[in-house]
Design a protein around this ligand. Sequence first.
Ligand code: ADP
Ligand code: ZN
Length: 756
Amino acid sequence: MENIKGNEMGEEIFADIIIDISHEALDKVFQYRVPLSLRDAVTPGVRVCVPFGAGNREKEGYVIALKKEPDYDVNKIKEITRVAEGSLTVESQLIQVAAFLKRRYGSSMIQALKTVMPVKSRVRHRQETNIYLAITKEEAETLLAEWERKHRTARARFLGRLLVTGQMSKDEAVKECRFPLKELRKLAEDGVIRMETKVMYRDPFPQFEKKETFVQLNEEQQAAAERFRRDFQEGVYPTYLLFGVTGSGKTEVYLHMIGTVLAQGKQAIVLIPEISLTYQTVRRFYERFGGRIAVLHSRMSAGERSDACERIAAGEADVIIGARSALFAPAKRLGLIIIDEEHDGAYKSDSTPKYHARETAVYRAQLAGASVVLGSATPSVESFYRAQQGEYVLLTLKNRAGNAALPAVETVDLREEFRQGNRSVFSESLKEKMRERLARGEQMMLFLNRRGFAGFVSCRSCGTVMKCPHCDVSMTYHRSGRLSCHYCGYETAFSRQCPVCGQPHVAAFGLGTEKVEAALYQEFPGIRVLRMDMDTTRRKNAHQEILQTFARGDADVLLGTQMIVKGHDYANVTLVGILAADLSLFGQDFRSGERTFQLLCQAAGRAGRGDKPGEVVIQTYSPDHYAITASVHHSYEEFYGQEIAYRNLMAYPPCAHLLVILVQCGDESSAHLAAVRIQKMIEKSQESEADPVQLLNPGHAAIAKLRDLYRQVIYIKHRDADRLEELKSRLEPVLEKHPLFAGVQIQFDFDPVGIY
Ligand code: ADP
Ligand code: ZN
């Protein structure tokens, strides 16, 4: 889009403009001609004045796109009058971000706008109207005497009371004083009283207290915070990677950086993975910044969300904490975006546009003149690569804050355990260490990485796996005696009898948290277990309640899936057991090794956060895999060295980029046909290219059917991201309009996380 400038030959340029940027009206697009004199000034995001409607009343609107061809009768298209005053607002910035999302990740402009624009709620804010005297006390007394004389009792009662109190709320006047609103308005019109209306924002955190705590940063923390402060004061706004081992005090560094930004009158956005956005996390920020914080997350009501957005837009809140989408908070004076646990997969959106918060944050920050800080104990391979390339500034915290040491890590070879005849899910070594903890009254966390492994049910006789008829994924067995699908929630009764061979040998395979829980009770009678997984956390606040129970010491074991490895700090946890490290190692995508390493490190990081030393036991069938050995050595560098060599060899991100085209259709052969056509189109477009894109593996998606749609997927690779962007931009309009693709859903993704 940027290079549409028209030319001297008199080619014209048209601008798509939205007048009203409330969510409901985003798709009401009006087209205007861009006059020659404004060609350089009018770009997406710019606010312009246009003649509107039959009367050509002047209105302001935002340009969202530029086009060479008009969509309407060219004679009916009016012209933009001028660029509006103060034309680059926070909305302009967000529109430019939307244009970036569309361009990079693929979506319509409307979808992109809906992603970035705050939802205006229909919920009315609680307002409070106060009434004051608008005349002097003497004048009021005279008036009161007159009304009493004329027996205007209601007026006299009201004025008498206002004279005593000096101020009165509207409710008080109407309800207690029985003085009608109509009369109040009359008095206001006559200049007797003044009515002032104020929006009452709800206090989002009445339960927290601001504290005057002061933490003395250690040397490493100090160096990181100081580097940031110097750059910021000099007006240098790069992207930093804060690489600090778990417990190294990254949060404390963030708090200092935010302090620097606030001191210059700017605002900061802090992104935290939704799952870690807990009571404790928010409290830590509240204790430092008090009522200046605003929180945005998906469990909020529309009213709470719009309150928060208004406080941010009004500049009342200047520390914005939230999950991925808080990146689009309407902060006008943005100075800093922090992304904590930047490696987390949740920063990639799973609906179109499938943006990555990290990349998008860097883009928004550049527009706003803000810095970005990415923090992690196990940085994404992408970010570490960019830091190595000098694109990001690397800040390192090598040691744990305070005096906590890194835990000792032991690997147990499960093949060996099996040979020794141990059929339990717990190795001998883990059992022994657990007994010690129980005896000493210390706590433990047991971690079962079930990602990509659903505890599937199959027939031992013929091998048939019980699958969801809508999603083509294996279903999970629950103790309630039902099978369910984790994608769509489909449920059916479990039966021992195989639907294919008829033998009564259908059984659940593998290890689920429920099974481990049962094994715990059997192995350690009297043990107190808290289980945290998708099933036990479905209820609102359930997640928090489980963690609080554990923090109070009311359980010996916290057992769970990856949910439990995120950023919780329990001083009394001295043992972490990883029951089957392999479960994520052999997933179907190129990030399996990275994900395993991250999970192992994060899980290990939960042990020994207090004064007592911690121990970690990793049970695995592949103790020699580098993702496992590197986590035993607490060595990110060891892992990264191996991993980047693999990515480079295979041309995977960050060494190259991947564009994904997902084709979905209710009819299997139509989906297939559409995919083949797209493949042919791409191949044809590459014929004359010196350095063509690489097409891989067109065919069934890993999830071949989801919600009754058949899925075909096309992966396209190239070392240069711009080449893929260009290819997508050329394909997109063709796929959208061509009748051959009617009835077929086509989605794009760029550098995917997870599998299709
Ligand atoms: P991370 O986010 O890097 O895992 P945290 O910021 O949660 O680490 O810090 C871990 C623990 O160390 C917290 O309990 C924190 O209060 C404490 N801590 C952080 N910085 C310091 C410091 N400079 N001195 C003493 N304790 C600190
Ligand atoms: Zn399903």
